[in-house]
Write a protein of this length. Structure first.
Length: 455
């Protein structure tokens, strides 16, 4: 029981669990992956449009355009804790549908707004709805697959690759080629309206066809108690997330920095920049599930360290290359970087019981994601300070070197994740957890429950 945090709860009667059919679980996973794709597409679709936004709206610099993405990301991540509490108390399927519906309508609303302040306000609204996604999804899908929660997270990660790739590609393409004109909508706003409405439709499909995990019947019916996440656990998770957040910051910063490098130093237009940025993320469709498949059990954390070291080494050289070289190095970088998310999420969810996964994922979002959300604005401000030097690729080397150093710091998080106790094996998960999870206290008539597997 050493280094564990426990809560005492009355011993409830065990509810009858009706698990969804295997087909419904598979369908829910596929639909949730598509919702994941829309969610991340909204978060990065404006990146290749920075210069168009500055030109059409007469903004004073790239930092004002990148601030929109920063505000969206900051709200998206800082709302994670409360989103996690909702996910552990309420129907996670409904939360995911509402998340995409509100997010999509807010993004569509950005297209109808003609003031910078209005865009910022709608970015806040979109971020609030987007914040609901990860705590609910990272808890719902492992609950559908209790024997292989890590692989469920890996497959769900395909959505991030699709979203981060198709978002910039679609936005850059439609901003330059869309011919329709309505209510004075600017070129950069057209993809916002189109993609926002498409996401709202997808949200309705998910609400109709997705399913909640049967393992949560007791929580939703009120026959099982809602267990608290104590302060000691919160501190451990928050500190782990802070260290791992160096990866989040460096990865988000690299995405914005490479965009500015291509636009300014290499003179690439927004459509081609969006295509380069988006195509490099497609590799995540393969690397995310593959990385979780090749790193089961105790291979998880060494794999995580190797992925982050590799990402740091690759990103440090990005400024040296020509346009085609930048595209190749960015492809390798995104493969390593995105895979590290799948592996870290899998390693954490395998250590945390289903009842707590929403809040643990939410706390990670607040700390690690909130830190990373500052990256687009920081990179925009830093590149603005370069002045005329921003047209020279070699001027960017201190920025890329800084990001590489942050990846190295993030490798220390593996040791902290290991302290979240031991990975549960498939057999223990199939039986609902390790026999050590629940110990009945005969003196108090209470069950002593630990939030981590194997304690």
């Amino acid at each position: 029981m050493r280094n564990a945090e426990h809560v005492l709860t009355p011993r409830p009667s065990a509810p009858t669990l009706i698990m969804p059919s295997r087909l419904r679980s598979h369908l829910t996973l596929v639909l949730c992956t598509i919702v994941h794709a829309f969610t991340h597409a909204y978060g990065c679709m404006l990146v290749p449009l920075y210069l168009i936004m500055v030109r059409e709206w007469h903004l004073p610099g790239v930092r004002r355009a990148s601030l929109i993405v920063t505000v969206y990301g900051a709200v998206y991540f800082l709302g994670g804790w409360h989103a996690g509490k909702l996910a552990d108390r309420h129907n996670r399927k409904a939360i995911l549908g509402i998340s995409l519906l509100g997010n999509g309508l807010a993004i569509a609303g950005i297209a109808m707004t003609h003031s910078y302040a209005g865009v910022i306000a709608l970015a806040v609204v979109a971020g609030l709805f987007g914040a609901l996604f990860h705590p609910a999804a990272n808890a719902l899908m492992p609950a559908h697959y209790p024997k292989s929660p890590g692989m469920a997270i890996g497959f769900l990660g395909i959505g991030s690759g699709l979203g981060f790739s198709l978002g910039p590609i679609y936005a850059g393409w439609r901003a330059q080629t869309a011919q329709w004109h309505w209510l004075g909508i600017s070129d950069w706003q057209r993809p916002c309206l189109e993609l926002g409405l498409a996401g709202a439709v997808m949200a309705l499909v998910f609400l109709l066809l997705g399913s909640e995990a049967g393992a949560r019947a007791g929580i939703l019916s009120g026959t099982m108690p809602h267990l608290p996440l104590g302060p000691k656990v919160r501190r451990r998770v928050a500190f782990t997330a802070l260290v791992l957040g160096c990866r989040d910051f460096a990865g988000s910063a690299a995405f914005s920095l490479v965009s500015v490098l291509l636009l300014k130093a290499h003179g690439v237009d927004s459509m081609r920049t969006g295509a380069i940025l988006g195509q490099t993320w497609l590799v995540a469709v393969i690397t995310n599930p593959l990385s979780t498949w090749i790193s089961p059990g105790r291979r998880r954390l060494p794999t995580l360290v190797a992925l982050m070291i590799g990402a740091g080494l690759v990103v440090s050289t990005t400024w040296m290359w020509s346009i085609s070289g930048v595209a190749v190095m960015l492809l390798i970088f995104q493969g390593l970087h995105s895979a590290s998310y799948a592996v870290s999420d899998a390693s954490i969810c395998e250590r945390v019981r289903n009842e707590f996964r929403g809040r643990v994922a939410g706390l990670f979002l607040v700390v690690a994601g909130g830190f990373g959300a500052m990256a687009p604005w920081v990179m925009g401000a830093w590149t603005d300070r370069l002045g005329d030097s921003s047209k020279i690729a070699s001027a960017y080397w201190p920025l890329f070197a800084t990001l590489a150093g942050m990846f190295m710091v993030a490798t220390l998080s593996a040791r902290l994740i290991a302290r979240l106790r031991y990975v549960v094996g498939p057999q223990a998960a199939a039986e609902g957890g390790s026999p050590q999870l629940e110990r009945y206290d005969t003196r108090s008539g209470m069950r002593r429950i630990s939030i981590f597997w194997g304690q």
